[in-house]
Design a protein around this ligand. Structure first.
Ligand code: AGP
Length: 615
């Protein structure tokens, strides 16, 4: 979603703000903006541009501005289209108060009407602009102090992280946080404010994470923080070891391709790091060995691709740990009736650890003092701070919006965890855990080998052939159904193909009506002979109606291959539960190649963002 960055201190701020924005641009890239106080005149200056950050950089190169305090923003539009007009910062009527914001002000409509009645003039269609006008309205009559800010924030509903810079108060930036992430990096005579520590990694390792529903006055030497009610709260400075390596494409044309090829190592690293936790694992998970031994249920909550990982992991936990698993879309969870269960392990799966829906579900479950664990790729993320314990995948930074290596490392971590829990429950022995680790490494290797086997023919034949279709249907059964869902999501987001996914057995209940010669049907097979036979029957139903089948099959599955127009045979030996992992590389590369042929902006698809911090 949007990124907010701010600086106040001894140096000119523009270079830090732009570096911070560039590091976090994956969060949203519809438009960008920068404002600062000009050092001599102390006037508030700003520049905005529609489109990616590079457009703003170009503008600033022509007309440079800089100052010792400033704020910056990249936007993922919620209210108002993506245009320069709606780009942040937003201002009060006389452009002396500026604000950058990530989140949604839910009661903006009502506040806007009230402010217009008072005589304020609005320039944008955003919800954000009410914040700067509210400051203007309050400061016309009241002092600039914590009581006034407390009154203002109590008027704002929704979720938000914002930074406010006021021309009249050049020694202070105001940082406000309700649910959306916000932190302050504490330097020597300088302060860095940002949506994520990555923005200032390398500049300071001291960080203050604003607690939920708090605000802070930040000057170059210190921070004073308050709860929304106006009570002063302690500023707890933590040490962070986050580093930022300038990540490049490593010779690949796109980050997505690079990340597809990083999967084998990322899985190996994930397995090694989980193994290295040894006896400390349960501590890190915030549970006791006894609680694990007595688990009666596992509940998995996530969104998007991470939810697909959860759907696949359901089969891992149920068959390896022999306990029931429920899987929830975090975005739907809070609308359902929740039945708190003491012997349930609630696992929140999120690559970024910042997905608002996941965090809301976690907060709801945390109200009941239950066993909550975050499974994430980012150790400094909000989900880690709020869950009772965590497991970290070792995918390394994933830059492409379309998740690849984060997904496969989630699968690896969940498969490993299923075995580790089974060991604690005495359902398997140590040797079986070691075997599971070896199987994971082999499946990861096969993932890449199978990709390599088909890469050339995908480039030369299949991608050109299937890139011309605007629609697609993906079918699977049992564990291959969530793989079909993930494949449909991938082709939607990177290739802009309208795709649907179904459990193959559901075809005859309605979706078969969509089958004709104009829609490619991607069929994901299953290693289990019985399930395979059912999939073959479904493929016959498709074929009989003129459907083109593209099959992802396993060795020896001749009947399915004969029905298909195009076949990818996933070869090698792996346990049936790891068939999805072995298939993943070919599927991801196929989607990547189709997207490339269709001329799509693969790493930054339209309308999307890497970190989804609004509900
Ligand atoms: C996947 O390619 C997408 N980028 C998206 O579905 C993503 O998985 C989802 O937004 C959840 O994100 P998270 O894993 O960071 O919580």
């Amino acid at each position: 979603m949007c990124t907010v960055v701010g600086y106040i201190g001894k140096s000119l701020c523009r270079s830090y703000i732009f570096e911070g924005l560039a590091r976090l641009e994956y969060r949203g890239y519809d438009s960008a903006g920068f404002a600062c106080l000009e050092p001599d005149s102390q006037k508030l200056l700003y520049t905005k541009a529609s489109g990616q950050l590079s457009q703003l950089v170009e503008r600033l190169e022509k007309n440079p501005i800089d100052g010792f305090l400033g704020i910056g923003h990249t936007r993922w539009s919620t209210h108002g289209n993506f245009s320069e007009r709606n780009a942040h910062p937003h201002f009060d009527c006389v452009k002396s108060i500026s604000v950058v914001h990530n989140g949604i002000i839910e009661n903006h409509d009502e506040l806007k009407k009230q402010l217009i009645k008072e005589g304020h003039t609005f320039e944008s269609d955003t919800d954000t602009e009410v914040i700067s006008h509210l400051f203007e309205s309050f400061l016309a009559e009241k002092k600039f102090n914590y009581q006034t800010v407390s009154e203002i924030v109590q008027m704002l509903d929704g979720m938000y992280a914002c930074i406010i810079m006021l021309q009249k108060f050049p020694d202070t930036l105001v940082a406000i946080r309700k649910k959306s992430p916000l932190c302050v990096g504490v330097g020597d005579g300088e302060m860095f404010i940002a949506s994520d520590v990555i923005a200032f990694a390398g500049k300071t390792d001291k960080v203050f994470f604003l607690p939920d529903e708090s605000f802070a006055f930040v000057d170059k030497h210190g921070i004073k923080a308050y709860s929304f009610a106006g009570t002063e709260i302690p500023v707890k400075i933590e040490k962070t070891n986050v580093s930022f390596d300038n990540i490049d494409k490593g010779g690949h044309e796109h980050f997505m391709l690079k990340e597809i090829y990083e999967q084998k190592n990322a899985i190996a690293k994930t397995v090694a790091s989980l193994r290295s936790l040894g006896a400390g694992l349960w501590d890190q998970l915030g549970v006791t060995a006894e609680q694990v031994a007595h688990l009666k249920e596992i509940s998995l909550l996530a969104c998007g691709t991470s939810w697909h990982a959860a759907r696949i992991a359901q089969f891992f936990f149920e068959s390896i740990c022999n306990i029931p698993v429920s899987v929830h879309l975090a975005s739907e969870f809070r609308h359902q009736v929740f039945f708190p269960a003491k012997h349930t392990l609630y696992i929140f799966i999120s690559q970024s650890g910042e997905t608002a829906d996941v965090l809301e579900a976690l907060r709801l479950i945390n109200e009941h003092d239950l066993l909550t664990v975050a499974l994430t790729n980012v150790a400094t993320s909000t989900v880690v701070r709020e869950a009772k314990g965590f497991v970290q995948t070792q995918a390394g930074p994933e830059v492409a919006v379309a998740s690849t290596k984060a997904f496969s490392t989630q699968l690896a971590a969940l498969y490993w965890l299923a075995h580790r829990i089974a060991l604690e429950k005495k359902l398997i022995d140590k040797a079986a855990l070691v075997q599971a680790e070896e199987d994971l490494l082999r499946a990861a290797e096969l993932m890449e080998k199978n990709l390599e086997k088909y890469r050339d023919v995908i480039d030369t034949q299949y991608a050109p052939q299937y890139a011309s279709y605007d629609n697609a249907m993906f079918l699977g059964r049992h564990i291959s159904y969530p793989l079909a869902m993930e494949s449909a999501l991938k082709i939607k987001e990177v290739a802009y193909v309208f795709a649907v996914s179904y459990p193959a057995g559901e075809l005859k209940h309605g979706s078969l009506a969509l089958v004709d010669t104009t829609v490619p049907i991607y069929v994901f097979s299953h290693p289990d002979p019985m399930i395979y036979q059912k999939i073959v029957s479904n493929a016959h139903e498709v074929k009989a109606r003129g459907g083109h089948i593209i099959a992802f099959a396993y060795e020896g599955q001749h009947e399915l291959c004969e029905l298909a127009e195009t076949v990818f045979v996933i070869s090698g030996a792996f346990p049936p539960l790891l068939g999805t992992l072995a298939t993943l590389g070919v599927m991801q590369y196929f989607v990547y190649a189709v997207a490339k042929k269709r001329g799509c902006p693969i790493d930054k698809p339209r309308n999307l963002a890497k970190s989804v911090t609004v509900e």
